[in-house]
Structures are given as C-alpha cells and as structure tokens.
Design a protein around this ligand. Structure first.
Ligand code: 3PG
Ligand code: MN
Ligand code: MN
Length: 560
C-alpha cells in the first residue's frame, strides 16, 4: 500500500469535543449478538459480569447496531452477517456492496459471461479441457451460494463446455449440520440434467470444509494438502461411486463425523478409477466469493514457487477465483468478477495522521483485524506505525478448549495499552464465534466467560492509562445456539433433542463506549435508530480525537 503524505486527502481535522492523545482500545467480540434472553443464549446463560455491566452501568453509552443483510451490503435482509462483511464495514466506514451481491448482479445482467475472466476460462474447454468447480456446497451465502454454482454450470454448458467436474466441500457451519445431503441431492439433479443434454458432468471429490481445502490464515496447511490430493491428484483414503454414498457410508463408519469435518473422498467409476482428477489445460473455477478460506488453495494452484506442501503434480491449468481474493497479492490473477473496491479505509486515514496501531488476534481471526479490516489487502498500511500481533491458535475443534487464546490476546493488548507505545489497540476475541460454530452450548458458555475475562483485563488497563474504549461485535452467533421453528420455539431433531444452531444469527450487535479519557458529555445519539456496523468507524475516529471524513457513515455520538 502507498502511504499518503500529510495535508493530503487523508488528513483529518481534530474533533471539536474529544481530545486527541488518549490511548484508545477497540474490541471486536466475534459472533456476539444481542438476542432473546433464554436458555439457548450462551451469553445470557454465562457468567459475563463485565460485558453485562457495560449495558446496565452506562445506558447512554450502550446501544445495538445492525450487523446483517442490506445494512452491511449483503443481497437481502435474510442474509446473516459474517466476519468479512462486518470487518470490511468497520474498517472502511461504508456499506460496501459485497461479493455475494456483485456475483448476483453479474449473473442477472449477463456480464458474468462477457468479461475477461470468462473468456480466459472458455479457452480451456474450447481446446478440450475439463471445467472443474471447487467450493463450498451450500446456500449459506457467507462464502458461496449453490444457486450461483448452478447458474455457472449451466452458463458454461451454454457456452460450449462439454465436460464438468465438481469438487464439493460440505458445510454444516453456515447452514445446519446434516444439510449436505440436501445440497448434494440438488447438485446431482442439476448434473443429471446437464448429462441428459450431452454434457459429461459429475461430482469428482469432496470433504468437509473444516477438514479439506478451506483453511484460513495458514492455521493448518494439511487441510489444503488433503484437498489438493483429493481434487487434483484424485487420491483420498475413501473412494465411493457417488457423493451421496460417500456421505452415508462415512457417517455409518463414524456417526460422530459431521458436515464440517467429513474426511476427503474421491469419486471413482466402476473400475475404481477416479472420475475427475485435474490435468494440464483444464480450467478450475473456485466458486467461493469470500476470500479468507480460499487464499491458500489459490496459492497452491497459482504459485510456481510453492513450499507449503508437496503438490506431487502441479497441472498447468487456467485457475480463476469467483473474485480476486487478495488485492495486494493480486491473487488469483484471473477471476470472474472484480472484487468490491474498498478504498479510503480507516487505516489509511489513521496512518496519515500518525496514529500508532497495535492490532491483535489469534490465528483464526488474525486476518479479520488486519486483512478484512484493511479492505482485503494483506499488507500493512504503514510498517513504521503499525504492529500486527498474531497469537497462534490451536488446531483442534474449539469446543474442546473453549477459552482458546482469549487470555493471551488480552495480555498482549494490555501490554500494548500500558506500554505508551501505541495510540490505538484493536483486538478480536474469537471464542463466541468459533465455539458457537461447534453447536456445543455448554462449551460456548465457557467461551463467553473467557471473552468476558479478557475484556475485563482490557477495560481495567484503559482505566489505569486514562484511555477510551469501544467494545462491539461483527455479527451474532453465540447469542442463539438452537435452531428454531417458525414460532421461535427450539426445533427438535429426530431423537427429541434440541437441534443445535451452528451458524451466525441475524441479531444486532452491541456497541459500548467508555473509559476515563472520554469527556462526560459524550453519549450515543438518539437520531440514528437504523445504524449499522459502518457507523462504528466514524465513531471510533471521533473517539480518537478526529473528525470523520464526510464520505463515512455518520458517527453514533452526540454531546450534551
Ligand atoms: O468461515 C467461517 O468460519 C464461517 O463460515 C463464517 O464465520 P466468520 O464469518 O465469523 O469467520
Ligand atoms: Mn465473525
Ligand atoms: Mn463465524
């Protein structure tokens, strides 16, 4: 990134009420919504005295904001929020039309099939190559959507493609566990339809998203390696003649396995030969629009010099992302849709104004407070002003260790606050989200308690250094751990137990401000009842003593 100089477009005026120079803490509670207080709300049921006191102790400095749907740039108000859109909005102060919407628009207008990306892809099948799709198979709308895959398969056929292979990653995280059977059934129908029209179209390999291919932030490259072996080499310990058979037999063999964690499998023909390894001159389209969990597999396809694992064979394919996933790395170099342009981020403004930043989380959320925060750019805004600190996450299922790295993150941020070396300390606590995704209510309560303890340490540090804090969240998750019937009652599974909710929720999220450095006449305004995550940015610029740029969504603050 290019650092702007002073007195440029990024220069900010001082705020008229709030002084500069107080250490500022910004905490993002990942997956922490404000929801109905019942026994499936892990926050409500947990012992979280610090976070609960933010609400009751200072009602004028606590409110909720919208974190889902069109308020954060998603296609519809039925779309739950997620980390990418949430951190993009909070980092850039604007409602950004997100990847899901851009793909929808391109499919609807037909521009999908007119761009450079599509032409590049087409050259592969025009010269006899197979078209492979890889990606998350669900309609969760967080990383991908099934209807977009279906449209692309039919679009490819209409554009002369005669051979399609689909490499599926089962979800169970953005959609209920067990729903993979439904999505595979739907996909098989669509493939059957294509076959009946003369296209040789089959599922070729797959596995659960948390075991195969979709690692993020280099937490565990072995996940990507398993995907490479199954999708590219056609090798996996489990081989089946259909994906439905794979899901059924793998579940029979291990009833504890779920959609998120299916081991890799390869589909073979009657002779036991894999039906769709990836070869030279094939085309591979990654159907995920969200970046974090497909950057590593994109590097494996694209980078000549690659040492994260032994690829064994590196086919010369035409690889395309649904979007370009990393604006700094220009990765991948070919893509179907230009990504949302996220410019004039808060980091650019703050660096131009000399603010020294410490950003910290554990691996699972590290890129959220850096990469997503900076508008999907992997570099720093300014190396001399910013320190990015990653606490390595454990590679386990997080209900086994629900405290995760909350204490370590809190300690690192506390030191940063007290050191006097930073003006702005930004952290993300992963627990409410990562443990919430396991669907394990008891573990999620413990997760919430660990976050509360971390927040206490940091609020105390702000007290002792005379600073200001803002505590908020990116979307709901641990605030509801039960799937619901239409009337709101918990849904029971076929054994009579409450069906766990593993996904995010549509709940609004809290925002709390305070600290000894905050002038006593500062409160939240009553005039922005529909405010959302993008309003947070102008608010924290104010809290750091700056007027916000006029292009940002308005600040939430008012003054007595
Ligand atoms: O990738 C994931 O873990 C989920 O699909 C979404 O969770 P996040 O948006 O909180 O990262
Ligand atoms: Mn999140
Ligand atoms: Mn999540």
């Amino acid at each position: 990134m290019v650092l702007p100089g002073k007195e440029t477009e990024f220069w900010l005026e001082s705020h008229s009420v709030i002084p500069r120079g107080k250490p500022f803490l910004l905490v993002v509670l990942d997956g922490w919504g404000e929801n109905k207080e019942d026994e499936y709300n892990a926050i409500y049921k947990a012992n979280c005295p610090t976070i609960k006191a933010l609400r009751t102790g200072a009602p004028r400095r606590w409110r909720t904001i919208k974190a889902h749907g069109t308020a954060v740039g998603l296609p519809s108000d039925g779309d739950m929020g997620n980390s990418e859109v949430g951190h993009n909005a909070m980092g850039a102060g604007k409602i950004i039309q997100q990847g899901a919407s851009l793909v929808d628009d391109a499919l609807e207008s037909g521009s999908m099939y007119m761009g450079e990306g599509w032409n590049y892809a087409k050259e592969s099948w025009a010269s006899g190559g197979t078209l492979h799709f890889i990606g998350l198979l669900s309609d969760g709308g967080v990383h991908s959507r099934y209807d977009q895959l279906a449209a692309l398969m039919h679009g490819a056929f209409d554009h002369g493609c005669k051979r399609i292979r689909v490499h599926i990653l089962t979800d169970g995280r953005d959609v209920p566990d067990g729903s993979s059977v439904k999505y595979v059934g739907q996909l098989e129908k669509d493939l059957e339809n294509l076959r009946s029209h003369g296209c040789d179209a089959l599922i070729a390999s797959g596995g659960g998203r948390m075991c195969v291919t979709m690692d993020r932030y280099e937490a565990d490259w072995s996940i990507v390696e398993r995907g490479w072996h199954a999708h590219v080499l056609g090798e996996a310990p489990h081989k089946f003649e259909s994906a439905l058979e794979a899901l059924t037999k793998l579940k029979e063999a291990n009833p504890k396995v779920n959609d998120q964690f299916y081991p890799p499998f390869v589909i073979v023909d009657k002779e036991g030969t894999p039906v769709g390894p990836i070869h030279d001159n094939d085309c591979v389209i990654n159907i995920n629009f969200r970046a974090d969990r497909v950057i590593q597999i994109s590097k494996a396809f694209e980078y000549e010099n690659f040492s994260a694992f032994d690829r064994v064979r590196w086919p010369k394919v035409r690889y395309l992302g649904m979007m370009q996933y990393d604006g700094d790395l220009k990765l991948p170099s070919h893509y179907l849709i230009p990504p949302p342009l996220i410019e004039n981020t808060s980091g650019q403004y703050l660096c131009a104004n000399g603010i020294r930043t410490f950003a910290c989380s554990e691996t699972q959320k590290f890129g959220h407070v850096t990469f997503f925060w900076n508008g999907n750019r992997s570099g720093k805004v300014d190396d001399t002003l910013e320190t990015y600190h990653e606490v390595p996450s454990d590679n386990i299922q997080f209900n086994k260790k629900p405290h995760m790295k909350a204490a370590e993150i809190a300690k690192a941020a506390q030191q940063a606050l007290l050191s006097g070396e930073f003006d702005y300390v930004r952290v993300n606590f992963a627990n409410g989200d990562m443990v919430g995704h396991t669907g394990d209510l008891e573990a999620t309560k413990l997760a919430c308690e660990s976050v509360d303890q971390g927040v206490k340490l940091l609020v105390d540090a702000v007290e002792s250094c005379g600073g200001i804090y803002m505590i908020t969240a990116d979307h709901g998750n641990c605030d509801d751990m039960a799937q619901r019937k239409k009337n709101g009652e918990p849904l029971l599974d076929n054994t009579g137990k409450v069906a766990p909710l593993t996904s995010h929720t549509l709940a609004p999220v809290p925002v709390a401000i305070g600290g000894p450095g905050l002038p006593s006449n500062v409160k939240f305004s009553d005039s922005l009842p529909k405010a959302g995550l993008a309003n947070v940015t102008a608010t924290y610029l104010n809290l750091m003593g700056f007027e916000a740029p006029p292009s940002y969504e308005p600040s939430l603050l008012a003054f007595d």
